[in-house]
Design a protein around this ligand. Sequence first.
Ligand code: ADP
Ligand code: MG
Length: 593
Amino acid sequence: MGKIQLLADDVINQIAAGEVVERPASVVKELVENALDAGARDVQVELVDGGCKSIAVVDDGCGMEEGDALLALRRHATSKIRSVDDLYVASSMGFRGEALASIASVSRLTLTTRERSAAAGTRIELDGSANPEVKRNVAAAPGTSLSCRDLFFNVPARLKFLKSPASELGAVSEFFDAAILCWPAVRLRLVNNRREVVAAAAAQPEDGRIGESALRTRAAAVFGNEVAAQLIYVHEADVHASVEGLVSPPGVEKVNSKSMFTFVNHRWVKDKTLRYAIQRGYHSHLLKGKYPVVALHVTVDPALVDVNVHPAKTEVRFQYGSEVQAVVVRAIMKALRKGDWARPMFSPAPVMDENTPVREVWATPATTSWRPSPMASATRRVYDAVTVPVRDDAPDFSQAAPAEIPWAQMKFLGSVGKCYLMFTDGDRLLAVDQHAWHERIIFERLSRDRTLLHQSQTLMIPELVELPAASIDALRSGLTTLVDNGFALEITGETSVEVAGVPSILAHRDPQEMLSLLSQKGFGSSATADLAQDLLATYACHSAVRAGEELGPDELARLMREASEVDFQHNCPHGRRVFRWWESDQIGRWFDR
Ligand code: ADP
Ligand code: MG
């Protein structure tokens, strides 16, 4: 007898479930996406123990008739595509027809559904692979509610991989944050063990775009009022893509990338190339090791993006990837360089505490009977403490100070601690970090006029620099870039390099120090454009006046002149703040006036 057998349907389903259903968060994701595909405007998710015990998703979407409801639970049953060609233009969240069958095969499922026009609904109960039990004419609100209990009760091997209810809730919550940012027009609410975790009212989109106000309303629910109020609205479009969203100004940063949300055609994706584009947009505005807060919607022609790369559809493939990236980079760069964020754009938002009624968080009032539970305010999440609001000193911050410094009117008062330059225009006091300031000015001048970078100064006597063999290897791989940017070098041995010329702007720095620093740049791995940007920042940093060095009067006058010519000076190329204003009445308060 042969050894090969066809697998039974329930085994096939359980295997397929492994791809789609990993943990409660993936069940929530599939069910919420189904609700959205069904046109729901209100989706509520109720968990018990982070979804480990039960997950219920209730929507007010189109509902299903009995025949469809039974089919929906079968594998490869979908209403969303008919042919393979449809795959490439599908605008729905799902289309593989796997989710319900997979979830049903690894849990105890109850599906209650009613079409709006029907007098009553249908209820189907399924216990793992058991035959469905159908109840007709049950009382039900229009829409669909799905309850999934005891996830993996029949697959012990998977059950043991579930984490604690708290960490499963964390994963659901992350998806929910993304959902709130992704679908601003849909009311969403997440409850765990009868307590509201997060909720967001529907926000009104603008014509042809989501709009700043809708984005801010939803961002407030996810990031908290204070952070949301500081985010910068970006909008940029060309033939390849349109980009809209909110991004944080320098100074509002996180220690990890969890607050970077990217959406492609209203689908939450964790796409590396988009993330990379965002980082490039932030180049020279973000501290090393810090991540921005971002909610960015990218819209492209559905025919030019493949969302079917991954079963959970969290990765996409763009036909014109670098063009799409370029729009993202441009959108962010433009917004940051405007510099409006350097002064408070919004009156400080009220800080939420447990006495703040939840409704205040929502800029758009709910217009139907849907209301948060009375417990809501006491049980809402505490906004995570990782956020570093730049305006932690907001009362201390000048409201009227101009975003640009009127250098021609500034009078130099003196320097403090050989590092901070003090100026006044008669009404205000201005403190400037001399190194960060100088560094930014050089960086801006170099970026505008690359020929400055290429100018080389020949050394009278070539200098032999000794470096570890690994550094020499690194320099070898970056030799062309270095030579293109002002160095005259020859590698003369395993651990030695002869320097005959250096970039003019670095003429006063020690070649040994500069080369060992540059050898750490990782020439092999970075793209040329980024490397050039990095070199600019390194050159700028090392040619700028340092803290502790004294600036002569002529040099200061020249810097003030150059500063008024560059179009950006709010932070240094590493993301540190350059200056700070104080109004005379703020100073008055120091003296209780
Ligand atoms: P897919 O979403 O890939 O089509 P699913 O297994 O998730 O596959 O769902 C199967 C079908 O069941 C869907 O195509 C849809 O027609 C129907 N369906 C699922 N959930 C809902 C819902 N909440 N409301 C209305 N119809 C639904
Ligand atoms: Mg689906």
